[in-house]
Design a protein around this ligand. Structure first.
Ligand SMILES: CC(C)(COP(=O)(O)OP(=O)(O)OC[C@H]1O[C@@H](n2cnc3c(N)ncnc32)[C@H](O)[C@@H]1OP(=O)(O)O)[C@@H](O)C(=O)NCCC(=O)NCCS
Length: 180
């Protein structure tokens, strides 16, 4: 029914995750693991990955919650390699919740966290065959800066976007936008 399809978006919230969300984050990542190139579990144990980010003050998990259930996640890393650079990584939305704008909202929220925490630019990567992610990053104003072969097996694309502060808006919030 149409109502069942529309309802999830109306109840969607995006927030920073906490240790209470450990199992739910694990669940989402386990479901999408095989879609990543290479799979997330090939790089490191998922429990270690989720814990490492929750434990580190310079990293956070962001969660998309629909009707009390985590349906998407993304990680942010402040001060990645350079003091002013933030990294957005491990973006994942449950298959049945895709194409409702959740991935985009997660990345936008991640960008605002990086901006609020003083980052001047953000970096995000994906594998070349990931049409969905590349299209989203382009739509969000990211520019592809590097295409690099990894492990002689696949091409990794690097996207960046710069932030610039402007005067607070009337409701008191500053927005970020590209320095292009
Ligand atoms: C990539 C992913 C996070 C997108 O999540 P989503 O919630 O479906 O994305 P959104 O609905 O916010 O889509 C935003 C934009 O991305 C692009 N996009 C998303 N899915 C797409 C697809 N299957 N094909 C082409 N473009 C797509 C579109 O430009 C879309 O805007 P539009 O709906 O206005 O056309 C999701 O497909 C996913 O979890 N994939 C598996 C893991 C993954 O690839 N993670 C990214 C690693 S870098």
């Amino acid at each position: 029914m149409v109502i069942e399809l529309l309802e999830p978006l109306e109840t969607l919230t995006i927030r920073e995750a906490t240790w209470n969300d450990f199992d739910a984050i694990m669940r989402v990542l386990s479901i999408v693991d095989h879609e990543f190139v290479p799979p997330l579990t090939e790089g490191e144990n998922l429990r270690v990955k989720v814990s490492r980010i929750l434990n580190d003050r310079r990293r956070s998990w962001i969660k998309a919650v629909d009707d009390g259930r985590i349906v998407g996640v993304v990680a942010v890393i402040y001060h990645y390699r350079r003091p002013q650079l933030g990294l957005i990584e491990t973006l994942a939305v449950l298959p049945e919740f895709r194409r409702h704008g959740i991935g985009k909202k997660l990345v936008e929220y991640a960008m605002s966290k990086l901006f609020q925490n003083g980052m001047e630019a953000t970096l995000i990567t994906t594998w070349e065959t990931n049409v969905a992610a590349s299209a989203m990053y382009n739509e969000l104003g990211f520019k592809m800066i590097l295409r690099k072969k990894v492990d002689g097996a696949y091409f990794k694309l690097f996207f960046t976007r710069s932030f610039e502060k402007r005067a607070p808006s009337r409701n008191g919030f500053s927005r970020f936008w590209s320095r292009r």
